[in-house]
Design a protein around this ligand. Structure first.
Ligand code: MN
Length: 182
């Protein structure tokens, strides 16, 4: 890892045509991104589909507001969790976040407020772009807990998706024009 700043991880709750959670990890100067329809889980028995989507710019990591109508993913976005992560592969064997991403099997330790500890993200065999997100067993695992039910709000502002929808309807919300990605 480069000295100095720690790599960002963020999870944005996004109500586009369907509600989903965008999990993003700073790798190689950009935010590698996955759309997770059911959101992350702290239960190691739960595997969550995570569809790889386009990388996003680093400055999008703490965006909270509404993606404008007419742009892909139009709808409200809140920062559901944010923090930093460390790669948790075989460092002695040369694993970095970038090499693990390239081979489709990432092990990381998340340091967020709601998501902590070791997670794996791996691409399913024969299903390009379709990954699974799984909590590993450690002291931060919470079997039986649905963390997206425990926490529905923005970790930054306490707002809900409905709060953002009301603010957007009143024209009181920061807006964003996404590129061709969700
Ligand atoms: Mn999205």
């Amino acid at each position: 890892m480069a000295q100095g700043r720690r790599p960002i991880f963020t999870v944005q709750k996004h109500r586009a045509s369907r509600l989903h959670y965008d999990v993003r990890l700073e790798i190689g100067g950009t935010l590698a991104s996955w759309a997770v329809p059911k959101g992350p889980s702290l239960d190691p028995a739960v595997k969550r589909l995570a569809v790889r989507v386009e990388d996003h710019d680093l400055d999008y990591a703490d965006f909270e507001g509404v993606i404008e109508e007419g742009h892909y993913g139009a709808g409200p976005v809140l920062v559901w969790d944010i923090g930093w992560f460390e790669p948790a592969g075989d460092a002695a064997g040369g694993d970095t976040a970038a090499t693990m991403l390239a081979r489709g099997a990432l092990d990381v330790v998340l340091h967020g407020r709601r998501l902590k500890g070791r997670f794996s993200l791996f691409e399913m065999k024969g299903r390009p772009g379709q990954w699974l997100l799984v909590k590993r067993r450690d002291a931060d695992a919470r079997p039986g807990v649905d963390v997206t039910e425990t926490y529905g709000t923005s970790v930054l502002t306490g707002r809900t998706i409905e709060d953002l929808e009301r603010a957007a309807a009143a024209g009181r919300l920061k807006t964003h024009r996404c590129g061709p990605y969700a």
